[in-house]
Design a protein around this ligand. Sequence first.
Ligand code: PMP
Length: 337
Amino acid sequence: MPEEVILQAQRELPDWDGQGFSLLETPFSGVKFKRLLGRTRDTLRELLKIPDHFHILFMHGGASAQFSLVPLNLLGDSKCAAYVDSGYWSRKAIHEAHRYCQVEHAAIAEDYIHTSTNTAYCHITSNETADGLQLSLALKASTPLIVDMTSDFLVRPIDFEPIGLIYAGAQKNIGPAGLTIVIVRDDLLGRAHALTPTVLNYTYQVEAGSLVNTPLTYSIYLANLVFQWIGHQGGITSMAKRSQTRSAMIYDVIDASEGFYRCDIPPDQRSRMNLCFKLPDEPLTQLFIDHAAWSGLVNLKGHVQKGGIRASLYNAMPDAGVVALADFMHRFRKQYA
Ligand code: PMP
């Protein structure tokens, strides 16, 4: 979370919007919260230039809930959906989808995803958080693209033309965990399986303005502050430029290290958000993590299934943190190569 946002939230916690009590005590059905919800939606729509025929939903359950909710809500009469297997998180989505439909494994060829005619949609994970791999968003497909953007939402502009639905768990670039943003195209509504719980049904949530039940009021408030913060930083284009420069700073250190640091992802697919790399062996990896922590650089351990190092450069990470990491990597290599 940006420091400015945390400080503003701290100031406003006891008395929100001049009402003499906290947002935590504010009813979701009242005018003040509804106004906040509307402002949050409008700010997001403006930031990402979301066309009017897409609806913005604020849902519960994290991105993992969407692994089930996408097929439950979107399959309609179809018995098949296409999935691109790009790494750890797309495999989680595929695993869950198997419970609801046949899964067609789709491949990307020159920015186009070929699927057979009976697939309801094609699911991709735009940024593989655990693997450090990011897909181009210039992709086109013969069916609506469903994009898990959990770890690179609000970092690059989106062309909505091929998109059917985008979802993103909040905990990377939006706010506290649990809140999930869903952006769904109007013509994909009305196809939910009859057993889809009402609170998890996109159509009902659209009709109720995300207020089928009590929404994550405080998380929505924080998301709104983060959206405003991004706007003040120059918007999505500025976030995109920043992530390009910042990730290049670290990848340059890796590529100039004569194999001491190793990134196995091809350069054109390297993530600008989650930079994954390896050191020559396990003891050196642990030493890197320990020394980094002494220098104030924490949470660098790679994903449990993947090992190595992972530096996550989410929007709220200050530039100074990236510079400090690049410096540290230079010094560590000089000492131990
Ligand atoms: N998809 C991606 C790309 C993720 O990075 C994550 C979380 N790291 C998830 C899904 C799951 O998110 P949640 O924990 O909110 O269910």
